[in-house]
Design a protein around this ligand. Sequence first.
Ligand SMILES: NC(=O)C1=CN([C@@H]2O[C@H](COP(=O)(O)OP(=O)(O)OC[C@H]3O[C@@H](n4cnc5c(N)ncnc54)[C@H](OP(=O)(O)O)[C@@H]3O)[C@@H](O)[C@H]2O)C=CC1
Ligand SMILES: CC(=O)C(=O)O
Ligand SMILES: [Mg+2]
Length: 575
Amino acid sequence: MEGNSNACGGVRDPYGEDCATEEQLVTPWTFSVASGYTLLRDPRHNKGLAFTEKERDAHYLRGLLPPVCITQERQEKKIMHNLRNYQVPLQRYMAMMDLQERNQRLFYKLLIDNVEELLPVVYTPTVGEACQKYGCIYRRPQGLYISLKEKGKILEVLKNWPEKNIQVIVVTDGERILGLGDLGTQGMGIPVGKLALYTALGGIRPSSCLPITIDVGTNNETLLNEEFYIGLRQKRATGKEYADLLHEFMISVKQNYGERVLVQFEDFANHNAFELLSKYSKTHLVFNDDIQGTASVVLAGVVAALKLVGGALAEHTFLFLGAGEAGTGIAELIALEISKQIKAPVEETRKKIWLVDSKGLIVSSRKESLQHFKKPWAHEHEPIKHLVDAVKTIKPTVLVGSSGVGRAFTKEVIEAMASFNEKPIILALSNPTSQSECTAEEAYTWTQGRAIFASGSPFDPVEYEGKTFVPGQANNAYIFPGFGLGLIIAGAIRVHDDMLIAASEALANQVSEENFEKGLIYPPFSNIRKISANIAANVAAKAYELGLASHLPRPANLVKYAESCMYSPVYRTYR
Ligand SMILES: NC(=O)C1=CN([C@@H]2O[C@H](COP(=O)(O)OP(=O)(O)OC[C@H]3O[C@@H](n4cnc5c(N)ncnc54)[C@H](OP(=O)(O)O)[C@@H]3O)[C@@H](O)[C@H]2O)C=CC1
Ligand SMILES: CC(=O)C(=O)O
Ligand SMILES: [Mg+2]
């Protein structure tokens, strides 16, 4: 039989793949048995050198591994040692991605046990560089790519993904990747990174997480001309063509995974993000991390900061540089919380919050030309063009950077904040580090060590006049993993603003006296699983209270229940 010949090097070739010429069509046959060689190449089950003698015998692994058997802890130690030897952050990122492809449990064990060290590797700032170079470093698909070519077939594409029980999807269209702009399909690094955190920080099983990038083209000329770009080489589709593709996607997701799958919109440009959120929040379980997750984390930080600076939330004045998704999202949640606290209409409480965009202070004379999400912030005031003049005029107690413009908080801006605030609250939220509105060192030195500072991407501690200042990280990574877990354990069918406030309260409550003594307004990430369990419990409790939960009866102890639902990366023993 021709297919059995060994003419092309194969002992048996039942499917004719080896003897087929390059022009002949063959069927890509595969069969999967989780033992032997296949087991070593299955990232979900592979344990590498940690397979025991017994397992090596039972699963046909003899000879496929060197003789030594080591524990998962020893493997972890070795990989951390190797990672620390890399000088370039992107090499660490690639090593972590390789590990995720090779041995999933070890990847998550590493990430959970070394979260403060590895968060900057798999997440901001390094993930930003990874997205910029994603075409060059691309090895294997880590999620689903849905492009205009898949129009009309999105449901089929979803069915191609090997896992069926998906609980969380993080989706981007790559148009506003961190503060780095339009990176097209290379934005895939973001859903992949966010979902790694869903598992490591929030305990959602990796198999129920699905990263998706929707490719409608890119307006990034550099990428369009880049030899190794992996996306569609065309300008972005807009209008009906864009809306139709997104609609087909949302319908297909619900059809394939049901009512309770959480869709997290991530790093869409604001001209689509607000509309998508408002359209699909009525029919789907959707959450926009940049608008809502960021709002929740910043509200928590500000509430915690009040313990250090004093005063009630309503007594503070807020000024934002950046009036997009993050800026207006945060502003709205703060206004909502103040309105609940002082029982005043939100139209009133918005008046203590001011925003500056690329054209200057948002004021009523600009109202007609403003995008809809900025209009509620167009207060009566004379126009002001520059941030520094806005700071000097408005005299905010809290200054928030959500502009994506690195070093926009100049010395003059920060000194102005320090001139009328004993303890100015300065939050430089933009990512990655290159886009941060100021560095931690600038915030502390220009305020003579008086600033309460946190940033979107991490900064090292700063020595100033013999004292060490530890900056906090105001990043939505504190919120979305626990928030998602809360929605899942409650079987929530819709997201409600009160759930964001519930998440925020839970986070603020986790800041200890010891943290406050160091000037921190967020608890350390090293406690993140406990923090996430508390956030999840508060969010779930709110879902039950609002009648939006479908998992009945309600567990009595939601914190314990959340903890008990969390994925553990410890190896299982194979019989
Ligand atoms: N720490 C965290 O957890 C998060 C951080 N971010 C970061 O926040 C940044 C912004 O994100 P997002 O709100 O979604 O982006 P958007 O594009 O929606 O908004 C950016 C805003 O910044 C304004 N802006 C741009 N350039 C200037 C300038 N030179 N002076 C004043 N304002 C300017 C824009 O003005 P105009 O409207 O006039 O164009 C716009 O209002 C990003 O860097 C992102 O990484 C976002 C989410 C979470
Ligand atoms: C953190 C985040 O979501 C962002 O920078 O877009
Ligand atoms: Mg984002």
